[in-house]
Design a protein around this ligand. Structure first.
Ligand code: PEP
Length: 248
């Protein structure tokens, strides 16, 4: 098995960063996306809501995907100040949406709400990047598997067709911390996640402190289908470097 032959996804999660001036930094990435360095993978940018429309215009003639970082669970317009639903994301050019990120779980999103959001996103014909992951405490208490199992079970409850769902395994303690799981732990956890799906198991991405250094060991974990990249993705050069290093 050669990692370089595998189709991989690289999802940039910009979180609450970025302004119109950030659009210039994308030129490098657009150029890279058209080079043969990346004929075996897909780049997907998830900027804040305010930039989705501009990003999608900017990426019109290339293969780079666009996604939102969350959505409201409602399917119709409604009196929900500050919210955006999946149809609205689709309408401005998004093809993907991140749902269940731990930064939003920390602010009160539970598995049931996440389930409603995922359903609404799938109905709007968005592909879902569904984040799951254990906290440091849960890890210490050896609850990682039971937590992941519950997040998957409740989060995907009553969703029959899972073909448009990616799972992003993001240990909460690895996000923004500079720490990543041990390779063998990551491999077995990803196998565990895949084992929860009897048929057509979803693509599984890893997220949490992926950078230009640790990618050389992360890329060896051959049951991964890609990476969700926060901090490092805001820098075009670093993001490109991570992709390049995955294939070399
Ligand atoms: C994330 O928040 O999805 C993430 C992976 O962040 P970072 O890469 O900055 O740890």
């Amino acid at each position: 098995f050669i990692m370089t032959n595998k189709y991989m996804y690289f999802v940039a999660n910009w979180k609450m960063y970025g302004a119109l001036s950030s659009l210039n930094t994308l030129n490098k990435v657009i150029k890279f996306s058209k080079s043969k360095d990346i004929n075996k993978g897909r780049l997907i940018y998830c900027p804040p809501y305010t930039l989705i429309s501009s990003f999608s215009k900017k990426f019109k003639n290339c293969q780079i995907g666009i996604g939102g970082q969350n959505c409201h669970e409602g399917e119709n317009y409604g009196p929900y100040t500050g919210s955006v639903n999946a149809h609205m994301l689709k309408n401005i050019g998004a093809q993907f949406v991140i749902i269940g990120h731990s930064e939003n779980r920390e602010r009160g999103e539970n598995d049931k709400l996440i389930n409603l959001k995922i359903k609404s996103a799938l109905r709007a014909k968005l592909k879902v990047i569904f984040c799951i992951g254990e906290t440091l405490n849960q890890k210490k208490q050896k609850k990682t598997r039971s937590i992941l199992s519950k997040q998957i079970k409740v989060g995907l409850n009553n969703i029959k067709n899972k073909s448009n769902i990616f799972i992003a395994y993001e240990p909460v303690w690895a996000i923004g911390s500079g720490f990543i799981p041990k390779s063998e732990d990551l491999f077995t956890t990803v196998q565990y996640i895949k084992s929860k799906f009897k048929v057509n198991f979803p693509k599984v991405l890893y997220g949490g402190s992926v950078n230009t250094q640790n990618i050389t060991s992360l890329k060896e974990i051959n049951n991964l289908d890609g990476f969700l990249i926060g901090g490092a993705s805001q820098n075009a050069k670093k993001f490109i470097d991570i992709v390049k290093k995955t294939y070399t």
